[in-house]
Design a protein around this ligand. Structure first.
Ligand SMILES: Cc1cc2nc3c(=O)[nH]c(=O)nc-3n(C[C@H](O)[C@H](O)[C@H](O)COP(=O)(O)O)c2cc1C
Length: 217
């Protein structure tokens, strides 16, 4: 089982301090999601130079996109599920995460589940961003599982290396996080079995010109 875990922040500014809380949240999620031997691949948007103009992977001729996009497309295609880790910015999901994901068509994500993880430095843990992420990820094709992980004051929960801070009850956090990851891995295994058994044969072909091709008659 292979899970891609997207780190949703590219923030380098301080303040607000500490810089890029998302790193520790992503590390903690990778440890919890991969504890049973599941392969978890961390995708850091800072590793992908997307260029100043927006040209998605699917806008290039097949196999002709820039190498980083081709690489990420094949990682997305080969994964069995996704963990989307996002900070809350202005009650919304991270623009860096949305921008990265917008580079890829839904066919790469389709028929696989996702899990939503949000966090913030404040008290709500990104729940308002999470609501919007459900719609975003559903449209992308990787339906989110029902349980979600929200981490308020994430800088007090995790240390910089993604370990639990001494002051928190790590076992309670593990139980809370495992509820979501157990759902994700169950659906990922089920969807993988069905893809292998029945294949992926949509009743209608993918739209190739524009989204109006799937409009109601
Ligand atoms: C542009 C911006 C908008 C923010 N909006 C919110 C918000 O709506 N709700 C919230 O709880 N925190 C908000 N914060 C605070 C973030 O939770 C905090 O900065 C967190 O560290 C961001 O994650 P990151 O460090 O991984 O980028 C905002 C921060 C920034 C930079």
């Amino acid at each position: 089982m292979k899970i891609l875990l997207f780190l949703g922040s590219i923030r380098t500014s301080t303040p607000p301090r500490p810089a890029r809380l998302g790193e520790r949240v992503a590390r903690a999620c990778a440890a919890q999601c991969g504890h049973d031997g599941t392969e978890v691949v961390l995708i850091d948007p800072l590793d992908y130079a997307l260029g100043e103009v927006f040209k998605p992977h699917f806008a290039y001729a097949q196999g002709r996109a820039p190498l980083p996009l081709e690489h990420l497309a094949s990682e997305i295609a080969s994964a069995d599920g996704y963990v989307m880790v996002s900070p809350e910015y202005n009650h919304s999901m991270s623009p860096a995460l949305a921008h990265l994901l917008n580079h890829f068509g839904s066919s790469l994500f389709a028929y696989k589940p996702s899990a939503i993880v949000t966090y913030s430095a404040g008290q709500w843990g990104g729940v308002r961003a999470a609501v919007g992420m459900r719609a975003f990820l559903s449209e992308l094709g990787c339906l989110p599982v029902s349980a979600m992980i929200h981490i308020p004051a994430a800088h007090t929960v995790f240390t910089a290396d993604g370990s639990f801070a001494a002051e928190v009850d790590g076992m309670r956090w593990i139980a809370y996080m495992q509820r979501t990851f157990a759902q994700l891995l169950w659906w990922a295994a089920a969807a993988r079995g069905e893809r292998e058994h029945s294949g992926v044969t949509p009743a209608t072909p993918a739209f190739l010109r524009d989204p109006s091709q799937r409009n109601a008659p």
